[in-house]
Write a protein that binds this ligand. Structure first.
Ligand code: ADP
Ligand code: MG
Length: 853
């Protein structure tokens, strides 16, 4: 037997900490292969910590790891799988009443919490591979912490990872203890191998590149041992195995796949040691979740299938993405378990530096609606006192992404207007699916189209089955579309049936413009949807479904993608979400007035335009039937900028989307006035009679109000102007009527009779000159009032005029007989004494006919 696993060094400390009631939380950091996943849970079992009737749960991000770890541990304990040790993954529950240790996937655990919010049957929960930071794992941790703080102080939480950054987690888990083991690792030499450029002009496929790397390793002097190749999924793994087996070096080696779609026997074969050297071609399950003995070299394709938010469909989907530098580091480490190893990366060193340093946690990048639905259900349980806003995430999502999820749940009918979970929401939460698809299955059962719905859901979440427009010369798929189709999914269903009839043969399918592999994948996920529906007891139709039932079912799941055509034949749609979308000419249903799109694609460059795909025709009466609370009708006044008038519109709406509007009757006077006023205030309409005279009057009022507060004259501020404008608009519904309105009658109302008299007296409009004429006094809120007068008219005036009962002196602008400015003065007496003689000497020659005293 080999040396004991490094984790045994921690056994004593671990057990002591486990049994210490003051330490509810433990963190374990140890390199991959140390024995965390297989041994720590056994330490728990053997410590006597677990009370009667309670289990230890080990959370695993991947199904295949949950099953294989359970199997390994059962074997180590000479027990039957499903007895003391079991596992539970979607579609597969291998546990019994005897089970005390269960390996469970994160998604399944989340459902268990929904059913048993106190986790009465759980004594200890180990969150393994926490560094992967899946949304479900984050949620389970946050729920468990909350339970521990409230109703289950006895619940032990153990977080485990090889690459954990402990700081923030130690903080979050207080009081907690961190246990670390260095493990044993050997240096790994990293090589980079770029793709070749083929004569065809295409780069070398990743599987050929991997086979080439394996061959070079096999032929390098002194190399012996197993190789581990990382590929993103089943398809790439099959291609890689074929490429390796096509080369002579493969003779005498076992080439085995390892991924989640294999049978358990095949999965076991990959990790079972044998006589011959092995090449294991695996998904990233071998990155840290499963350790494979004997690996001396790693070939890393650099890709992984990862969940990502797909804005087109408003769901999370799996896509192939480049792994980060941190993941590549982990993968390389798998070659250094037994001795110095080699890792070949199938990309260049330059490209390596351009890769992300590490993956963003899912909570920061995925759609949260499924998580939020679970949260709503849990927090609505009669025993919970926490409100959603108080929920303590390990790392909180952004308010914007929470809001988007809230809105979607509401649109799907899972929550009411207060955000509380509805009966429908509860039903939806029982499906381990995105709420859209949960809603879809429930609606399908109601409308009698569940069998078809499982395929529609599979098609909506998977790749395109139809190769429309791609290499279309050879396609004969026109007959998939029929005149009068209600939904484009009808063509997809026909294509699928044809692909199935041709046994998903790639060449035969391609001739009909059908993507064989996408169809096969769709078949598999449709089957899973069907199993979930059956398990939930939904009724499954035997008859072929009515196409209108399909459209209704799609409407239920995508009501936030409802669109109404702006005008008949425009093919432009206003969408409930606020977008404007267009329906392509090559869409395969006649452009309807109302539609629902299962996919909306943003068009590059045009900010708010989207293309509508996979559309279905919708009847307005279905909206009333299915969403009675969201349909409203009402009259409201609206300003029409073309005719510059206010019209009374009768509108029907679905949520905030206006479905139809007609002019009816006369608008309400007050509403019309405020709509017109808003246009004036925004500067889009002018009032020609609101002139300088009006502005001077307002200034006089404001000045006097400031100068003589005792008069209690109310000043006219910005707000008051708006009120005045609204008063002017009163009784008008058109700009034509408004623009001839006199302003003064409304303005004068501002002051009482007595105040108006005071205004004339203390802030007079004009100043009386010696010659019997008057000069206008210019008022200004920022500087003293002023008057302009020809010098000769001011002889004998030795003091500046005064207003405001003598409190304010008026500045005098003295002008020449030709009205040219001569002097501005605040003290005219002094001017006569000091400045005047020089002025006189200078000007009397120029204006000899005028009086010069
Ligand atoms: P960790 O979780 O720390 O990465 P594990 O507990 O998964 O480590 O594995 C510890 C050791 O147990 C591994 O180094 C490996 O040698 C062995 N092991 C685990 N699972 C299996 C298995 N299914 N078959 C053979 N050996 C296994
Ligand atoms: Mg592990």
């Amino acid at each position: 037997m080999s040396a004991p696993l490094p984790i045994f060094e921690l056994r004593q400390t671990f057990t002591t900490a486990l049994l210490d009631p003051a330490l509810p939380n433990l963190l374990i950091k140890a390199p991959t292969g140390s024995g965390k996943s297989t041994q720590i849970p056994q330490f728990v079992l053997d410590s006597g910590f677990l009370p009667e009737g309670k289990r230890c749960i080990v959370l695993q991000p991947r199904r295949i790891a949950a099953r294989m770890l359970a199997q390994r541990v059962a074997r180590e304990r000479n027990a039957r799988l499903g007895g003391e040790v079991g596992y539970q993954v979607r579609f597969d529950n291998v546990t019994s009443r005897e089970t005390r240790l269960s390996y469970v996937t994160e998604g399944v655990m989340l459902r268990q919490i929904l059913e048993d919010p106190n986790l009465d049957r759980v004594g200890c929960i180990c969150i393994d591979e926490f560094h992967e930071r899946h949304l479900d794992g984050d949620l389970v941790l946050a729920f468990a912490r909350q339970l521990q703080r409230t109703r289950r102080p006895d619940l032990k939480i153990i977080v485990m990872s090889a690459t954990l950054v402990p700081g923030p987690l130690v903080e979050f888990m207080q009081p907690s203890k961190l246990l670390e083991s260095e493990g044993r690792t050997f240096p790994v030499e990293v090589r980079y191998q770029a793709a070749l450029q083929l004569k065809t002009g295409y780069p070398e496929p990743i599987w050929d590149q991997a086979a080439r790397a394996c061959e070079e390793l096999a032929n390098s002097p002194g190399f012996s041992g197993d190789m581990l190749v990382f590929m993103p999924g089943g398809h790439e793994i099959r291609k890689t195995i074929a490429a390796i087996q096509g080369r002579s070096f493969a003779r005498g080696r076992r080439v085995v796949p390892l991924h989640g779609e294999l049978t358990p026997q095949d999965q076991d074969a990959a990790v079972t040691p044998g006589e011959q050297p092995k090449i294991i071609v695996s998904t990233n399950v071998a990155e840290t979740s499963l350790t494979i003995e004997g690996v001396r070299a790693v070939v890393d394709g650099g890709l992984a299938r990862t969940a990502a938010y797909d804005a087109r469909r408003g769901i999370n989907t799996l896509t192939v993405q480049k792994i980060s530098r941190a993941s590549a580091e982990q993968r390389a480490g798998r070659a250094g378990r037994l001795g110095p190893g080699i890792a070949v990366r199938l990309w260049t060193q330059r490209e390596h530096l351009l890769r992300a340093e590490c993956e963003l946690p899912e909570v920061q990048r995925l759609d949260l609606s499924e998580a939020l639905l679970a949260l709503r259900v849990c927090l609505a349980s009669p025993t919970s006192q926490t409100r959603p806003t108080e929920f303590e995430w390990f790392e909180a999502p952004t308010p914007a992404s929470l809001k988007r999820a809230e809105d979607l749940l509401h649109d799907l009918g899972a929550t009411d207007t207060h955000g509380h979970i509805t009966a429908l929401g509860r039903q939806m939460s029982r499906f381990p699916l995105h709420p859209r698809f949960a809603r879809m299955l429930l609606a399908a059962a109601q409308f009698g189209c569940l069998r078809e719905a499982t395929l529609c859901a599979a098609a909506a979440q998977g790749r395109d089955i139809l190769l429309v427009g791609k290499n279309n010369a050879s396609h004969k798929n026109e007959d998939l579309w029929e005149h009068g189709d209600v939904t484009e999914f009808q063509a997809i269903l026909r294509a699928f049936a044809r692909a199935e009839a041709m046994n998903f043969d790639p060449d035969a399918c391609a001739r009909y413009g059908i993507h064989a592999m996408a169809s096969r994948e769709a078949a598999r996920s449709a089957d899973q949807f069907l199993q979930l529906a059956k398990r939930a007891g939904l009724s499954i139709n035997d008859e072929v479904a009515d196409p209108e039932a399909l459209a209704k079912m799609l409407l239920a799941a995508f009501s936030d993608h409802l669109g109404v055509e702006t005008s008949p034949g425009s093919r432009i749609y206003r969408l409930a979400g606020g977008y404007t979308g267009h329906l392509d000419k090559d869409a395969h249903i006649k452009a309807p007035r109302l539609l629902v799109a299962s996919e909306i694609v943003e068009v590059q460059g045009k900010a708010l335009t989207v293309k509508l795909n996979n559309v279905s025709r919708i009847e307005e009466e279905w909206l009333h039937e299915m969403f009675p609370g969201d349909c409203t009708a009402g009259r409201s006044a609206r300003y029409d900028s073309v005719n510059r008038r206010v019209m009374n519109m009768e509108e029907t709406r679905f949520r905030s989307l206006v479905l139809a509007s007609k002019e009816r009757g006369e608008p309400d006077e007050t509403q019309a006035a405020s709509l017109l006023a808003a246009e004036v205030i925004a500067g889009r309409l002018e009032l020609p009679l609101w002139n300088d005279k009006v502005e001077q009057w307002i200034t006089r009022v404001n000045c006097l109000s400031k100068w003589m507060p005792d008069l209690e004259i109310p000043p006219i501020g910005e707000e008051d102007r708006h009120i005045l404008i609204e008063q002017l608009c009163h009784g008008c519904t058109t700009y034509r009527a408004l623009k001839d309105r006199e302003v003064f009658p409304a303005l004068h109302q501002w002051l009482s009779h007595a105040q108006r008299d005071m205004l004339e007296k203390h802030a007079p409009e004009r100043y009386a000159l010696k010659n019997g004429k008057t000069a206008r006094i210019v008022y200004d809120e920022k500087q003293p009032p002023s008057v302009s007068a020809v010098l000769q008219h001011m002889y004998d005036v030795n003091e500046n005029p005064k207003v405001a009962a003598g409190r304010i002196s008026v500045t005098v602008h003295l002008l020449s007989p030709a009205q040219r400015p001569i002097q501005t003065t605040g003290d005219i007496g002094r001017f006569w004494r000091e400045g005047y003689p020089a002025v006189k000497a200078q000007l009397r020659g120029r204006y000899p006919k005028h009086e010069w005293r």
